[in-house]
Write a protein that binds this ligand. Structure first.
Ligand code: AMP
Length: 286
């Protein structure tokens, strides 16, 4: 495994790849866990060359304190990546990625209008900045993203297609702790008390999915809005958790639905504060 810190090191490493070898790419912000590793494993199964980037992208943080406290565990990350079969790890500095200020504003097709969008102004534009910059550098054939960041995945699919990137976006299922909590680098920041109650988020999502499916079958559905209210109150009944939003959305447009037959595929997405740590999760309802 080759570790590159600069563009020129990266280009040297990638130039050694024989012609015809497919490059799979996994962009990350580090503080790696098994969720990230599942993406690397999938990339290694699909491609001869696996490039992983570790870059905490400042332009996607709307909150400077969040950026400041974002966990960094580089040494451990590299050990995990070596074991997982990564070929090249790219760990650029901010200057390498943004030699000058990135002023690009992306068309996100309105997919940032709901969910995370209003709560994290500029976040998805920052994601588009870094992902396009990395795609331009790495030029992968396949790029791997987690369903845990459901809205991010939809937005990346959208702008990659719109901008005609010659690559496929591959989505990978959410990896969870044994108690159901979605793995996240931010879990490292939870206090023991908050870590203990955080699994209530996914427990509630699962209950909601069960209600939605059962009610769909018996035709006496609580409307999506009713179910959303129930999800919020159920999560908030745990005093250490505070729901920022819960939305039941069309999985394609990401617009909230008013009835169950409004969309073929429906997802429940939520963001919850566990103390100062903001956790997101989602589940398929239809
Ligand atoms: P991050 O380092 O948080 O930017 O995440 C890098 C990639 O890993 C993104 O595509 C995430 O969606 C994905 N990812 C993060 N957590 C998980 C998880 N628990 N399961 C699957 N993929 C994940």
């Amino acid at each position: 495994m080759t570790i590159c810190y600069t563009l020129s090191q990266f280009y040297d490493a990638i130039s050694l790849v024989p012609k015809g070898y497919e490059v799979g790419f996994v962009p990350t912000m580090g503080a790696l866990h098994q969720g990230h590793i599942s993406l690397v494993n999938r990339a290694a199964a699909d491609c001869k060359i696996v490039v992983v980037s570790i870059f905490v992208n400042p332009t996607q943080f709307n909150n400077p304190a969040d950026l400041e406290k974002y966990p960094r565990t580089l040494e451990n990350d590299c050990e995990m990546l070596e074991k997982a079969g990564a070929t090249i790890v790219f760990i650029p500095s901010i200057e390498e990625i943004y030699p000058q200020k990135d002023n690009r504003i992306f068309d996100l097709g309105g997919l940032d209008s709901n969910g995370e969008g209003p709560h994290r102004p500029g976040h998805f534009n920052g994601v588009a900045q870094v992902v396009t910059r990395l795609f331009d550098i790495v030029e992968p054939k396949f790029a791997y993203f987690g369903e845990k960041d459901f809205q991010q995945l939809a937005i990346i699919r959208y702008f990659s297609k719109k901008l005609n990137y010659p690559l496929s976006i591959v989505s990978c299922p959410t990896v969870r702790e044994s108690d159901g909590l979605a793995m996240s680098s931010r879990n490292l920041l939870l206090t023991p008390e908050h870590r203990k109650v955080a699994p209530a988020i996914y427990k509630t999502l699962k209950k909601a999915a069960k209600i939605a499916t059962a009610q769909n079958l018996s035709q006496i559905c609580p409307a999506p809005q009713e179910l959303t209210k129930w999800v919020i109150s159920e999560i908030n009944s745990e005093p250490l958790l505070k729901t920022e939003y819960a939305e039941i959305v069309d999985s394609i447009s990401l617009c909230p639905v008013k009835s169950w037959d409004e969309a073929d595929e429906i997802q429940l997405c939520t963001a919850v504060f566990a103390g100062a740590v903001r956790l997101i999760d989602n589940i398929k309802l239809k």
